[in-house]
Every structure is written in structure tokens, then in C-alpha cells.
Ligand binder design. Structure first.
Ligand SMILES: Nc1ncnc2c1ncn2[C@@H]1O[C@H](COP(=O)(O)OP(=O)(O)OP(=O)(O)O)[C@@H](O)[C@H]1O
Ligand SMILES: [Mg+2]
Length: 351
């Protein structure tokens, strides 16, 4: 008796995808059934390459088809679904880059260690670029100490719209914080893979709209989270913030090494808290030593983008939510503007 194709398909209807718990036939995973005498060849399209359940699926299909009247031999060929086939089952996939589609330049700000003024630099760079007439957004990528909303005077929480998160805005700068992921008062204790997955999903879901610059304040140090971010979005380059003293140097070296090893360009180094001009006398004090930024820039052949003095206005601007670079008063504001110009030039020449 010839084997009937209908009978094979009937048998396959009883084989479920172990994960989705629906029949392979209903899921559209049966890509072909060929019959030659008593031999049957079934092509099964897996939902993803390297599906961990593929041997189970193969076995189940073999068993089911072998049980069909007249079948003496079964061959199961496994292929992988196309993205269109997958979309039919799971709905259209969210383009992981959907949120940053209209962003021209993404620039990350990193540091080898905490407390060197990374967030201050990120916020003031954003403010200075805004001052140059650009549309700017800033992403707080620091899950463990989200400071950007405070430094930009934002208190409300972002809302969602059609599966996307809408950034908040103050001083004409769009802001989103990964703190949104955690919710208020929830201690952020995620580690490793969980953080990475959350960050990736989060990055794709923020609806920035059209921006000339998106500045990302990376988590401090050279951990997984920083790397995940620069690998998840098309970052044009990283600015590394440091302070002048010797002990900061090894951290910077490690940070630069890490990004370089991952093919992320280093746009330059910003030295923060470079000196203090004593009010009244104008005497310059190099509280944290001197020359660190210069040395690193030379050693790694990257530009020293600027040296930012210690200024009470910088700290006050951070505390009261109006970055000093917005007002444009004082030495630090002037240096932030210079850095913004340097970034602008680099991006224009890299187009
Ligand atoms: N140039 C400066 N002059 C005066 N105060 C500064 C300067 N740079 C940073 N600060 C102050 O130092 C503190 C730490 O800065 P900031 O939060 O930017 O550091 P960070 O590197 O982002 O720290 P963390 O690693 O905790 O995220 C803040 O209160 C900030 O206002
Ligand atoms: Mg910070």
C-alpha cells in the first residue's frame, strides 16, 4: 500500500513543539513532506537555529511518521525558519534598533572607576551640544546609581506608548534612565546575564525620535553592563573621563583596553577636577596632581578633549538640575563647550 501524504500530515498534527505546546503543523514548522514508496522525508523548520530541543523534535517526528501505515523509513531534515516565517508565529519582531533609528550619533561616556565626574561630564556635554543647536538626548546607563534625572531636574517617571518608552524632557534635552527598569525604591541587584538582557531590551524600546546626539552615561568601571551597552547600540565612540592623579591611570588603561578590544573607537579623554582656581586670589591649585590626562592621551594616541576645573558651580549645577554648561558661565562651562566642538568636528569629519 502506498503511503498517503494526508496520513503523514495527520500523524504530524499530533507532534507538538515541546516549548510552544502546539502542533508542528499548526505552527507552520513542517516545510515539506516527500514520499518515495515506503520512505518518507520530512523537513522541519525550527523556530531558531541551534534550538535546544531539536533532537527531541526530530525523535518525535520520526516516531510519529514511523507509526503511519506502510512507512518503513523516515528521514527528518531540520532547517531554520526565515524571519518572515517566525513573524507569522510570534508576530513581527521588534527591531532592536527601532528606538535609535533616527539618532545620528551615539556617544558613550565611560570611566575606569566611580566618582570621577563621568555623569557630570555626560550631562554637561549634552547641554553644551544643545547649546550648539543640536537635538540631544541622554541615556542614564548606570543601573546602580542613576543620577542623570537629578542632574537635569527631572522628577516624573517615563510613560509608555505602544510598547515603547517615551523619554522625558527638560532644558530641551531628552532623558531616559535605566532606573525606569527597576521602579522606584526597588534595590537594583541584577547581575550578569540578567542585566545584559534587560539593558538590551530597554535600549531597543526607548523612542528617542530624531536626535543629532545621544549621549550615554555608562555604568562606572569596566564591567559587563558597560560593554553590553556599547555592543547593543551603534556607538560612534567612547569618551573616557579621568582625574589627574596617578592611581586613576591604571583604571583608565583598563577601560581603554576593553573598548579597543571590542572595536569601539575612543574619541578622547576628558580630565576632570584638573585644578582649582582659588576664588579671589586666582591661584591655581592642582589638588589631584597633574598630567594624568595628558599622559594617557599620549600613551593611547587619543586626543585630550579638555581639562575641567573644580568649580562649585559645577557641583551646584548638578545638585539643582541645571547643568553649568547650559548657563555658559565660568571656566568649566567654557571647557565643556570646547569639548562639544571637538566632538562635533569629529562626527562631521567621520560622516
Ligand atoms: N569639575 C567639578 N567641579 C566640582 N564638582 C564636581 C566636578 N565634577 C564632578 N563634581 C561633583 O562630584 C560628584 C561626583 O560626580 P559625578 O556624579 O559626575 O561622578 P560619577 O563619575 O558619575 O560618579 P559615579 O561613579 O558614582 O556615577 C558630584 O557631586 C558632582 O557634582
Ligand atoms: Mg555617575
Amino acid at each position: 500500500m502506498a503511503v498517503s501524504k494526508d496520513a503523514v500530515i495527520e500523524a504530524l498534527k499530533k507532534v507538538n513543539d515541546p516549548e510552544l505546546n502546539k502542533s508542528l503543523v499548526d505552527l507552520g514548522m513542517i516545510d515539506g513532506v516527500e514520499i518515495a514508496g515506503s520512505a518518507v522525508k520530512v523537513t522541519v523548520a525550527l523556530t531558531m537555529a541551534g534550538c535546544p530541543l531539536k533532537s527531541k523534535i526530530k525523535e518525535d517526528v520520526e516516531k510519529a511518521v514511523m507509526a503511519v501505515d506502510g512507512v518503513e523509513d523516515v528521514e527528518v531534515v531540520l532547517t531554520t525558519m526565515t524571519s518572515e516565517q517566525r513573524a507569522r508565529i510570534f508576530g513581527p519582531e521588534l527591531d532592536p534598533m527601532e528606538g535609535v533609528k533616527e539618532v545620528s550619533h551615539i556617544i558613550a561616556v565611560a570611566s575606569g572607576k566611580g566618582g570621577v565626574g563621568k555623569t557630570t561630564v555626560a550631562v554637561n556635554l549634552a547641554a553644551a551640544l544643545k547649546g550648539l543647536g543640536y537635538e540631544v538626548g541622554i541615556l542614564d546607563g548606570d543601573l546602580h546609581g542613576p543620577d542623570i534625572p537629578i542632574m537635569l531636574g527631572i522628577e516624573e517617571r517615563p510613560v509608555g506608548s505602544q510598547g515603547m518608552l517615551l523619554p522625558l524632557e527638560n532644558h530641551g534635552i531628552k532623558v531616559m534612565s535605566t532606573a525606569t527598569l527597576a521602579g522606584e525604591g526597588v534595590p537594583i541587584v541584577w547581575r550578569g546575564p540578567l542585566v545584559n538582557k534587560a539593558i538590551k531590551e530597554f535600549l531597543g524600546k526607548v523612542k528617542w525620535g530624531r536626535l543629532d546626539y545621544l549621549i550615554i552615561d555608562l555604568p562606572p568601571g569596566t564591567g559587563d553592563a558597560a560593554l553590553t551597552i556599547v555592543k547593543s547600540v551603534p556607538v560612534k565612540g567612547v569618551i573616557v573621563v579621568t582625574t589627574p592623579q596617578k592611581v586613576a591611570m591604571s583604571d583608565v588603561r583598563r577601560a581603554i583596553g576593553l573598548f579597543k578590544a571590542n572595536n569601539t573607537p575612543i574619541l578622547g579623554i576628558v580630565e576632570n577636577m584638573s585644578y582649582l582656581k582659588v576664588p579671589g586670589t586666582g591661584e591655581v591649585m592642582e589638588i589631584f596632581g597633574s598630567g594624568g590626562g595628558d599622559k594617557m592621551a599620549k600613551a593611547f594616541k587619543v586626543p585630550l578633549l579638555g581639562k575641567i576645573p573644580m568649580e562649585s558651580q559645577v557641583r551646584e549645577g548638578g545638585d539643582n538640575g541645571t547643568p553649568v554648561a547650559l548657563k555658559g558661565e565660568g571656566e568649566a562651562a567654557r571647557v565643556f563647550k570646547e569639548i562639544a566642538h571637538a566632538v562635533e568636528n569629529m562626527m562631521n569629519s567621520s560622516k
